[in-house]
Design a protein around this ligand. Structure first.
Ligand code: SAH
Length: 395
């Protein structure tokens, strides 16, 4: 195995089990490892720190797979990592009311650059780093072994692959191709998932627990489901007895699927409305018309793509929360989220508080929210906590 030596004083984060080594920390590479090849990582004094996957074109030059001396990364190791990740979900996979889960969550599962989501009888994967790309065949075989399925489909059509010198790719990796839409059940709600064209691998599985929580506050409510995608929160609310739901999204195909998904669930809802438009504009219009809701869900896309755009993103989050809060009836509940990894829970809290101040409303935090438990965060990898939210009540 090739040795890669770090500059003096650059071993600290690796000793702290942080999995990313940036190019600036690398002093020397002995040999010419191919993209994704395992490299043995050494401190400047020659101490062995572990083994990582080499990525010659990425700023993140190495992603650590195993820490400490004596680690070997080979096919058996990769197989073991997949087994470990799937095994850790045994409690979830045994559930009857849900059949869509994340099986592998990248760094947190010791497989940096691999996402594997299970939708009913299919597994959908995303390979975002050279290291997991290198072991694709072994990973796919291991997924089939430990989580038997009808087929494995790849959705590696993501820009980040560029940094790794990889082209976007989609298609069947094993078994049968998935149907146009896979029907899943999540805590008793049914949703059709388009794993070929849908966002991420098809569905926002990370919001599962939060959709479930929102049900508790939905009975009899008029619900605004802003950034609805294929219906997610709104359909959960309807299943829990909401009086009405208004879905708002920019994407016509997403709303079309939201409509179909509504029909799939036996609804006690008087009205489901589907509004295609920009949430910022639609909510402003609602405000001007004096509309109000008992429950407002704000689940926008990632506003902050880089550190440079963080302040602009914070303004976006504040604007949207201000509009959302203004639409709440007294005692109403706001479920508000940010999936920007760069937005810390503290900053997000401040942004929502600033919005409440501007709206002139007293508000309380009922509970703090985050990504579901099948999307764990590495304890030494805070970047792994990307989804955060607040369930607030406004007086
Ligand atoms: N809450 C959803 C996921 C939301 S993803 C669920 O539980 O499944 C974010 C959604 O916001 C996407 O569907 C995207 O089309 C939509 N979107 C992005 N920007 C928007 C905007 N300015 N106005 C309305 N919708 C927007």
């Amino acid at each position: 195995m090739t040795d890669l030596t770090l500059h003096p004083n650059r071993d600290y984060s690796v000793l702290r089990r942080h999995p990313w080594i940036f190019s600036g920390a690398v002093a020397r590479v002995d040999g010419a490892p191919a993209p994704g090849d395992p490299v043995r990582v050494l401190a400047s004094d020659g101490a062995v720190l572990g083994v990582g996957a080499y990525s010659p074109t990425s700023q993140i030059r190495v992603r650590m797979w195993a820490f400490g001396a004596g680690a070997a990364v080979d096919a058996a190791f990769v197989d073991g990592r997949v087994a470990r990740a799937v095994g850790a979900r045994a409690v979830l996979l045994a559930e009857d009311a849900t059949n869509a889960f994340r099986l592998v969550n990248a760094e947190a599962d010791g497989l940096p650059g691999l996402i594997a989501d299970r939708y009913g009888e299919w597994i959908v994967c995303q390979f975002t780093a050279a290291g997991t790309e290198r072991w694709k065949a072994e990973i796919v075989a291991a997924l089939q072994r430990y989580s038997p399925c009808r087929g494995v489909y790849e959705r590696s059509d993501v820009d980040v692959r560029e940094h790794e010198g990889l082209l976007p790719v989609t298609g069947v990796l094993a078994g049968e191709p998935p149907p146009e839409r896979i029907e899943i059940v999540e805590n008793g709600c049914r949703y059709l998932v388009d794993v070929r064209e849908g966002h991420k691998t098809g569905f926002y599985l990370d919001q599962r627990d939060n959709r479930q929580l929102v049900k508790r506050y939905s009975n009899g409510c008029d619900v605004l489901n802003a950034f609805s995608y294929t219906g997610g929160f709104g359909i959960a609310a309807v299943a829990a007895g909401a009086a009405s739901v208004t879905h708002v999204d920019l994407s016509a195909p997403s709303l079309e699927l939201a409509k179909t998904n509504t029909g799939l669930n036996t609804c006690h809802v008087e009205e489901s409305r589907f509004i295609q438009g920009n949430v910022f504009e639609v909510l402003r219009k609602f405000r001007d018309e004096g509309r109000s809701f008992d429950l407002v869900v704000l689940d926008p896309p990632k506003f902050a793509e880089s550190k440079n755009s963080l302040m602009k993103a914070a303004r976006g989050y504040k604007d949207i929360n201000l509009l959302g809060i203004k639409l709440l009836r007294p005692g109403g509940v706001l479920a508000t989220f940010s999936c920007s990894g760069l937005m810390t829970p503290e900053l997000f809290h401040k942004v929502v508080a600033d919005a409440a101040v501007d709206a002139g409303r007293d508000m309380q935090v009922v509970t703090r929210l985050q990504q579901a438990e099948d999307h764990p965060e590495g304890l030494c990898f805070p970047e792994g906590l990307y989804l955060k939210g607040l369930l607030c009540r406004a007086w």
